[in-house]
Write a protein that binds this ligand. Sequence first.
Ligand code: 13P
Length: 248
Amino acid sequence: MARQFFVGGNFKMNGTKESVKKIIGYLNDSDLPAQVEVVIAPPALYLGLAVEVNTQKTVAIAAQNVFDKDAGAFTGEICPAQVKDLGATWTLTGHSERRTIIKESDEFVANKTKFALEQGLSVILCIGETLEERKAGITLDVCARQLDAASKIISDWTNIVVAYEPVWAIGTGLAATPDDAQETHKAIRAHLATTIGEKQAAEVRILYGGSVNGKNAKEFKDKADVDGFLVGGASLKPEFVDIIKSRL
Ligand code: 13P
């Protein structure tokens, strides 16, 4: 069963009106392959702008985070309905920068994921271990724990894409090797088969994230369980297009 290749671009807390327009311009001006699903996540302030500027049918717009409740007295938060109101259709949840810096718990991330899905957004659910956890040999336990919080309360994973992003590889220039990524992705899929069922586990896309660039993306080409990428720094540059085309 073929899973559609997926490339996400997480702009993180970067950009201005001008630079967001410029980055989306790289995509607009490119001949993007119709078979690749692309989702870009600019800062929330620029979601509306991104929706307006984007002219590519295969490119959708995502928030980087949402709250787990609907509109109300939650200063500074953003609800899925507002994301949708701007024309965005996806959100990230559980990015490691939110788990580690903002101290979001597995349960909170799971609740946000569930609520976003209920509100009609698709979700890129991010998981991954820190360097200490990797050194301690508990990579899979950490990923399983983060996934289990979600699978406990979410049974339909049709609109979830999982992004495996080892924290030690994010923004460091030290990507996981394609073999290491494949081994971990395979184990993540095997774990999901025990919690959400074999069929859903076989269908869910698992992205690799962490120092992916226009050059190394091609090296993951033949890795059966790497269904795409979630890209940080390189999504702000023209080479993002090379990553989108890396499976051609
Ligand atoms: P980099 O590609 O900059 O390492 O970031 C990866 C990431 O965190 C994407 O969400």
